[in-house]
Design a protein around this ligand. Structure first.
Ligand code: FES
Length: 119
């Protein structure tokens, strides 16, 4: 008798593709604009700066303002609530009152898709 009902027969899945991702058409994020994305329950803001895409946390580390509704000036996003400024390339604070940086995410453009993953 054989007991081949699946024991030890797990398919081996490769997870070379990291934490997944919200995909966009790149045309959904025109140059010099911001877009809100959800990544595994986290809010992420995607920015198009000169045709290059960047992503960082969307919830302001000061008091939770929605950075996707802020202003993009060069590589800097300004929070609409109290004016904290963050460098979208790194999430670093470049102007208070916020003191903690935003998490930064890796962005890959695949054809017309924008893929975001956690660093
Ligand atoms: S909530 Fe963003 S600066 Fe205060």
């Amino acid at each position: 008798m054989t007991s081949a009902d699946g024991a030890g027969a797990e398919p081996s899945e490769e997870t070379s593709c990291p934490t997944a991702v919200r995909e966009f058409w790149s045309s959904e994020v025109p140059e010099r604009t911001l877009k809100l994305a959800q990544l595994g329950g986290k809010r992420v803001v995607v920015a198009n700066v000169g045709g290059s895409f960047f992503a960082m946390g969307e919830v302001c580390t000061h008091m939770g303002g929605p950075l996707s509704r802020g202003r993009l000036n060069g590589f800097v996003i300004t929070c609409p609530w109290h004016g904290s400024r963050f460098d979208v390339r790194t999430g670093a604070v470049v102007g208070g009152p916020a003191v903690r940086p935003e998490p930064s995410y890796e962005v890959k453009v695949d054809g017309n898709d924008i893929l975001i993953k956690e660093n």
